[in-house]
Design a protein around this ligand. Sequence first.
Ligand SMILES: [Zn+2]
Length: 219
Amino acid sequence: MKKTIEKIKEVTQMNIFETVKAAVTLRQAADYYGLKINRSGMVCCPFHDDRHPSLKLNEDYFYCFGCGATGDVVDFTARLLGLSAYEAAQRLAADFGLDTSRPSVVTQVRKPRPRVNQLKQDELLCMNVLSGYLHLLEDWKERYAPEAPEGELDERFVEACHKLEYVEYLNDLLLTSDQEERADTVKKLLTGGTIAKMQARLDEQKKEVRCHVREQEIA
Ligand SMILES: [Zn+2]
């Protein structure tokens, strides 16, 4: 008997998660709980001290370029309101007037699409690397700018001048285009080796910083 009750409880919990996730988008939840969403679907991240919107609300997951916070609409609500996942699902169901006693029609129609998950992972990787490289270039452009007009140019400054606009363009493309276009861009970036090159540049930079810190420690 106890087992049966546990089982029913389990099934009910699963239903509520699925119903909520199928019915409420991240934008709807973020909007409902008072976050200001800009035109590209970005908000100031409520999970770190964020002055410019760096958290992207996608169709069914969010991702913060500042602190790396990610998850679905239930995770988002749970973290935002300080609730457990189950409490957050209940709260969403209540706030959006959902009937959670049975799986919604949407849930029944929706079949798992594993290919989409792979796409999503690739997309996250690209976004991560692009935004990392973009920040690095922005930093270089300021830090290594020539002090006098006729001064010698630092190669990092040159790299920043050459690439900044293009990387910005790619970054915007991934943030603002529709799913099909994004998938296309991601594929090109990965197969063309663009992301791998940027990743290598970021790794190099990390190593340089580490060496520098060590040198300072020794001195
Ligand atoms: Zn954040």
